[in-house]
Design a protein around this ligand. Structure first.
Ligand code: BGC
Length: 418
């Protein structure tokens, strides 16, 4: 026997075991990050897990804002075969926890100090009866407007800060032969634009009453009717191919110089970044008109399903730990267009928009003006959200009056609560 070789092999094996985990397991991860920027972002987590010796089974379900992913998740859970981890957020986390299917993540959370690192406005959403059942990933801001500056220059138009300016600029852009708005006609995208108008025009208190508390008086009010009318006004500046268009296709139209503006959350930045575009020169990002100073937020998170197998448990715990680790928080968020959800992350690699978003998020969290996004599952239950989506999309895509739509918002949200 060649003892020298045997000793070398043993050392090599031991080194491998030490650099990977004692238990190497698989995580099957259900998510909806399939656009260029999103895929690049989620790959960071896969790589980190694989470096620790775990394996990643990808269960990507295309469809912005995760509607399709949630349908697949329900089917899998009902069949008794949920994935290891799934991208779920907001009040839906509580609904999943109530089913008794989720892993208690307190051991990782205590060891990693999540309570200290993550603001309570976020951790509150991640806990069920005081225990962590979800891991927060990032913070996205919703009410942004993405612009192609060269179209504005060619059209002699100003980047708008009010809806009146928007109409003036959109007319000029149209007259210069460009499409003013890259619009994706899917109900979640319509709801995204709509809620950004509501918060900007009617203010934070009104937004809370209408789209968080679903107060009938706010839902059927002059402010709501005005916001609906503004929303509908945008339609004349969109193209005939808007229905069904995916959000990242709309972002490409800004990138390629086909359209001047898109109203979308800052995951759109991930597309500009992936295309090698620079903020300021290649694209300009501004708050949705009239919404400066307001912050509609959305926190992506993963719930984890109970596992019997020790290796799978180890992989799951590693995933939870890595998500809130400094490497992932920095690299993922730079690629994704979001900001870190925890403190203690170096700021050097983030651009001005992200730095501004970090300051605004902290300020809004401190003074209580942080507003959960209705369109992105942070404000109301999935049933109420679905009811609002339905009315908004019906209104936008028919000749229904704003007054009728406001009345329907009251009826639809009331029946979703029953
Ligand atoms: C998610 C983002 C995602 C976007 C488009 C949002 O609801 O929070 O992470 O990029 O939808 O799918």
């Amino acid at each position: 026997m060649n003892f020298k070789l045997l000793a070398q092999i043993t050392t090599l094996t031991l080194t491998c075991m030490l650099t990977t985990s004692a238990f190497a397991g698989e995580v099957e991860v259900l998510h909806w990050w399939t656009s260029g920027g999103e895929a690049k972002s989620v790959a960071v987590l896969k790589d980190l897990l694989e470096k620790e010796g775990h394996s990643w089974k990808d269960m990507a379900v295309a469809g912005g804002a995760g509607e399709n992913a949630m349908t697949v998740l329900k089917t899998r859970a009902m069949a008794g075969n949920p994935p290891t981890a799934a991208q779920v957020k907001g009040p839906a986390i509580q609904e999943w926890a109530e089913e008794g299917l989720l892993t208690n993540l307190d051991a990782v959370a205590v060891k990693e100090n999540w309570d200290k690192l993550v603001p309570s406005v976020v951790t509150d959403v991640m806990k069920y009866e005081g225990n962590y059942v979800a891991v927060p990933v990032n913070v996205h801001k919703i009410n942004w407007m993405w612009c192609n500056p060269s179209i504005f220059v060619k059209a002699g138009a100003k980047i708008p800060t009010t809806w009146a300016e928007f109409e003036t600029s959109a007319e000029k852009i149209k007259a210069a032969g460009f499409l003013p708005v890259a619009f994706g006609g899917q109900s979640w995208q319509e709801a995204t634009v709509f809620e950004s108008i509501v918060v900007g025009q009617a203010g934070t208190e009104f937004y809370k009453k209408a789209l968080v508390d679903t107060d009938p008086k706010a839902l059927n009010s002059p402010e709501m009717i005005k916001a609906l009318e503004t929303f509908k006004m945008i339609k004349k500046y969109t193209d005939k191919n808007a229905p069904g268009r995916d959000w990242n296709m709309a972002t490409s139209m800004i990138i390629n110089g086909e359209a001047a503006m898109q109203f979308m959350g800052d995951w759109a930045k991930g597309e500009f970044t992936a295309a090698g575009k620079n903020p300021g020169s290649d694209y300009v990002v501004m708050p949705v008109p009239e919404s400066a100073g307001t912050y509609l937020f959305n926190v992506d998170s993963f719930i984890m399903f109970k596992q019997n197998d020790e290796n799978a448990q180890a992989a799951q715990n590693a995933m939870a730990r890595l998500i809130l680790g400094t490497t992932f928080q920095e690299v993922f968020n730079v690629n994704k267009g979001s900001i870190p959800v925890r403190t203690g992350i170096a700021k050097a690699s983030f651009d001005d928009t992200a730095l501004r978003s970090m300051d605004e998020f902290a300020a809004a969290a401190a003074n209580g003006t942080l507003l959960p996004s209705m369109a992105h599952g942070m404000a109301v239950s999935p049933a109420i959200q679905g009811a609002i989506y339905d009315v908004v999309t019906k209104f936008y895509n028919s000749d229904m009056t704003a007054g009728k739509a406001a009345a329907e918002l009251v009826a639809a949200t009331a029946s979703a609560k029953e």
